[in-house]
Design a protein around this ligand. Structure first.
Ligand SMILES: [Zn+2]
Length: 214
């Protein structure tokens, strides 16, 4: 009997951890998806980067593609002109928290709301950007984060294709992973802070037969 209880508790705990770490499970937040559209949306997290983001913006212009950029508040504070340029080129900017702290999932909802969501929102507003898009760092969602997003009136944008471009693998592995997983209507997660981001994007777009958001 006691073992049955232990097994059930462990299963519940595993489910809790699984759904907190997997934004695709959509347990705590109703993530905005591209369902209904047959186009692929490229999304870039963790910028703005003073070197790679401007290069990427030029490449996206060349490829006639529009993307979403989820920027970190404290980086936006350092490079406001790049964030403005993202918008000027026709892309969308979303909030990716103020500090990108990996331990924020353990914080209380009020602290997360104030120090991560609203602090980044204030930075963005101070440079003239109003956004209702949010992507939680590392894709971690839980009840506290769901509450904070709802209070801030933010739509959480998830992904269905994770490139794992931060793993420091050869570019071919990253692009192959993305190309084999992409479907019409996919949202692809990439990082514009990485040096190889332009090569990866060029390869994905030129090798894929799918339509991208333009
Ligand atoms: Zn991130």
């Amino acid at each position: 009997m006691i073992w049955a209880v232990v097994v059930i508790l462990l299963a519940l705990l595993a489910y809790e951890v699984y759904s907190a770490a997997n934004i695709k499970a959509q347990r705590f937040v109703k993530a905005q998806t591209m369902s209904g559209s047959n186009k692929v949306l490229l999304t870039f997290d963790d910028g703005p980067d003073p070197v790679n983001t401007p290069r990427l913006l030029d490449l996206l212009d060349e490829l006639h593609i529009k993307a979403y950029f989820f920027v970190i508040g404290e980086k936006a504070q350092q490079h406001p002109e790049i964030v403005r340029e993202i918008v000027r080129r026709g892309h969308k900017v979303g909030n990716h928290s103020m500090h990108h702290n990996p331990f924020h999932g353990f914080w209380g909802p009020h602290k997360y709301y104030r120090d991560e969501i609203m602090a980044a929102d204030e930075v963005l507003r101070s440079i003239g950007i109003h956004t209702n898009l949010f992507r939680p760092p590392l894709g971690i969602t839980n009840r506290q984060i769901a509450w904070a997003c709802k209070k801030a009136g933010l739509h959480v944008v998830a992904w269905d294709v994770r490139s794992f471009d931060t793993r420091n693998e050869p570019r071919e592995i990253v692009t192959k992973r993305v190309l084999t997983q992409m479907r019409p209507g996919s949202i692809v997660l990439l990082h514009d802070r990485l040096d190889g981001v332009c090569d990866v994007v060029r390869e994905i777009v030129t090798k894929s037969e799918l339509e991208f958001v333009r």
